[in-house]
Design a protein around this ligand. Structure first.
Ligand code: SF4
Length: 234
């Protein structure tokens, strides 16, 4: 099937394909429990630091920041130059420092404390809107925080999930990562456990097999489902 025909594929067929992809990736990479890996404020600020930055440098930047300032209030009050120097292992440190400071100011001013735990009891759409009203927080970060920390039925689409979804033909070749969030959600059951495992395993697949550049199709369990693999080569 040519990749450009994705929009003409009936939704039911695409949903069945997404489910088959999900099942095969489960068999390949395993099933992961949806257990929060860190507390919500840590997850939010780490994810803000992670934009266009390796996982290792994101972790270093966060650790440096916490060791240097020691509290959310101190980070909020820090001069932006000082904060950007401390989080410099993360790319775009200056912009991130300004966004983190302003996000913390908003959270503390609105909630009376450096906590976003209230999102647990807020409907998903409202939670997404609130998070995305913070500076530097887009749909990917908001979806990740709501799914990972509060088990809400959202699906973060990072660069790996986006690339693999496009090659498979789950989304069209011109669909950008922002639009992919809503499209992919329509193809999967609104079950946080399923969405979490789809995200984690698609990400692993994108890091190990369906890599940027030339994908390692000879090792892929999805070849007969994949538009990219099946398209005629010149
Ligand atoms: S067959 Fe190749 S292009 Fe398709 S998902 Fe697998 S690795 Fe990616």
């Amino acid at each position: 099937m040519p990749r450009s025909s994705v929009n003409s594929v009936p939704d039911q067929q695409l949903r069945a394909k997404a489910w088959e992809v999900y099942q095969r990736l489960l068999q390949t990479y395993g099933e992961h429990p949806l257990v929060p890996r860190r507390e919500p404020m840590h997850e939010l600020i780490s994810t803000m630091l992670s934009h266009r930055t390796t996982q290792q440098n994101e972790a270093i930047a966060f650790q440096r920041m916490w060791e240097h300032f020691g509290s959310w209030e101190a980070i909020q009050d820090a001069p932006v130059e000082e904060l950007s120097r401390i989080i410099a292992p993360a790319n775009f440190a200056e912009a991130k420092a300004a966004n983190i400071k302003e996000a913390l100011r908003r959270i503390i001013a609105e909630r009376g404390e450096p906590s976003i735990d209230f999102l647990r009891d807020v409907p998903t759409e409202e939670g997404l809107r609130w998070l995305m009203s913070l500076p530097g927080v887009g749909i990917k970060t908001a979806s990740l925080v709501l799914l990972f920390c509060f088990g809400k039925p959202t699906l973060p689409v990072d660069t790996h999930v986006h690339r693999v979804s496009q090659r498979l033909g789950l989304i069209g070749p011109k669909v950008n990562p922002t639009a992919a969030h809503a499209l992919l959600l329509t193809l999967l059951p609104p079950n946080p456990h399923v969405l979490f495992n789809f995200h984690v395993n698609m990400l692993q697949h994108g890091q190990k097999i369906c890599i940027w550049g030339t994908p390692r199709c000879q090792r892929c369990p999805l070849t007969n489902l994949c538009d990219w693999y099946q398209q005629p080569r010149k």
